[in-house]
Write a protein that binds this ligand. Structure first.
Ligand SMILES: [Zn+2]
Length: 126
């Protein structure tokens, strides 16, 4: 089994609804996103997937989050229902946006979102 990982980063603001701490105040992070994919078969170039192609796939999702106030975006703000844009929920959102783009034989292993250099959350559906 081969596994590849790419990284992209974005900057965005958020706050946490109803959280009993300082994260309830508006603040920002430089978020780092890692996407890991896996598969058994390489193509004729010896690649599981072209790193550039995978980075473009991740970028197409991350660009919608970059320099945004995350609490205002549809994934986290529906009428009558607020979802805290935590690292966990951002990882799930990115995972579910990416998953339909994968060809058979290429597995989306996990999406990891780093909120700071020492704190990360991971999401997978395996
Ligand atoms: Zn935060």
């Amino acid at each position: 089994m081969y596994e590849l990982t790419v990284r992209r980063h974005f900057d965005a603001a958020h706050h946490l609804w109803g959280y009993p701490g300082r994260c309830t105040r508006l603040h920002g992070h430089s978020w780092l996103v890692e996407v890991a994919v896996a598969g058994e078969e390489l193509d004729e170039y010896g690649m599981l997937i072209d790193f550039h192609e995978l980075q473009e796939m991740v970028e197409s999702v991350v660009k919608d989050l970059d320099h945004q106030y995350l609490n205002d975006l549809p994934p986290f703000h529906q009428p009558g229902r607020e979802t805290n844009p935590t690292a966990e929920n951002i990882a799930r959102y990115i995972y579910r946006r990416l998953k339909p783009n994968f060809r058979p034989g290429l597995k989306l292993r996990r999406v990891i979102v780093w909120e700071s250099p020492s704190a990360r959350a991971s999401y997978s559906e395996e």
